[in-house]
Structure formats: structure tokens, C-alpha cells
Design a binder for this molecule. Structure first.
Ligand code: ZN
Length: 156
């Protein structure tokens, strides 16, 4: 067993009352220990998760203006969240356009017609919406979209 704190790495004082101690007594390390315990408990224990949810709902019913007040005290958060939501809405709209029309998104000038210079012509194939969504959300295509589907040489 390690004699170092799992959180900060400092040497632990061995205590016979708690031979399996993994965190030192510093407040920051104890807070981290509690945070990790709670996270694991929420993941593993459905009853605990439901109790926490009910408790939070009950508290919020008693303090209905909590989030309104919080947002008025944190305008920078509100603005950041608004910008992120606009970005999410743009991705959603682009996906809806692809799904609705079956169209392939492509930059108009991505492949200008220069037939005499091109030895192979590629054909765009429709991408699966889920794959497209994944790529858009992880930012593989920032800005304009180019060739969202796989390409293959077009048969003559
Ligand atoms: Zn520590």
C-alpha cells in the first residue's frame, strides 16, 4: 500500500485507527476524497441517485429564484452559454438539412472544375447522419464543411 496521498502525493502519516487511509488531512484532499466518493456512489447506486435528485428538486421548489439570481450575478456565464448554444443550434440545423434533403454538404469552391489538370475525379457519397454529427461535434471540421462523406474514384 502506498504511503502517499492519492490526491496531492505528499507522504501520509500512518494512523493505526485508519490503516487503509489514502488521503492526507488537508482540506483540499479531503474535499477531493468526498467528491470522488460521491461520483462513484452516484454512478453505482440508483437509490442514492434518486434520493439526490429528489432532494435537489425539493430544495429548488423552496428556492425558485435561485437560478435567476445566480445568472444575474454571473453575466459572463450567461453570455458564454448563449454563444455555445448558438454553435450547437448551427450544428443541429446543418444536420437537419442533411437529414431532410439527403444532400451532401460541400464547399462550392472545394473542387473547381479544372478537368485538364485532374487525373482522377472523386464522387461524394452521402455520410451517415450519426457519423456526420459525431465529426461536427468533436470539431473535426471547424468553419466550412468540406467533403463530409467518404470519397471514391468515380467510374467512367
Ligand atoms: Zn493530500
Amino acid at each position: 500500500m502506498s504511503s502517499r496521498c492519492t490526491c496531492c502525493g505528499r507522504r501520509l502519516e500512518w494512523r493505526p485507527q485508519n490503516p487503509r487511509q489514502r488521503y492526507c488531512r488537508r482540506a483540499i484532499c479531503q474535499n477531493e476524497r468526498r467528491r470522488r466518493w460521491r461520483k462513484a456512489k452516484l454512478k453505482a447506486d440508483l437509490d442514492y441517485r434518486n434520493d439526490q435528485r429528489d432532494s435537489q428538486r425539493s430544495w429548488l421548489e423552496k428556492h425558485p429564484n435561485y437560478w435567476v439570481d445566480w445568472r444575474s450575478r454571473h453575466p459572463e456565464y450567461v453570455e458564454r452559454n448563449r454563444e455555445l448554444q448558438k454553435a450547437r443550434d448551427r450544428v443541429k440545423a446543418e444536420l437537419a438539412a442533411v437529414t431532410r434533403t439527403g444532400a451532401v454538404l460541400a464547399k462550392n469552391d472545394a473542387c473547381p472544375d479544372k478537368s485538364d489538370e485532374i487525373s482522377v475525379v472523386y464522387e461524394l457519397l452521402p455520410a451517415k447522419a450519426a457519423e456526420l454529427a459525431k465529426r461536427l461535434l468533436v470539431g473535426l471540421w471547424p468553419g466550412h464543411l468540406v467533403a463530409p462523406g467518404p470519397c471514391r474514384p468515380r467510374s467512367p
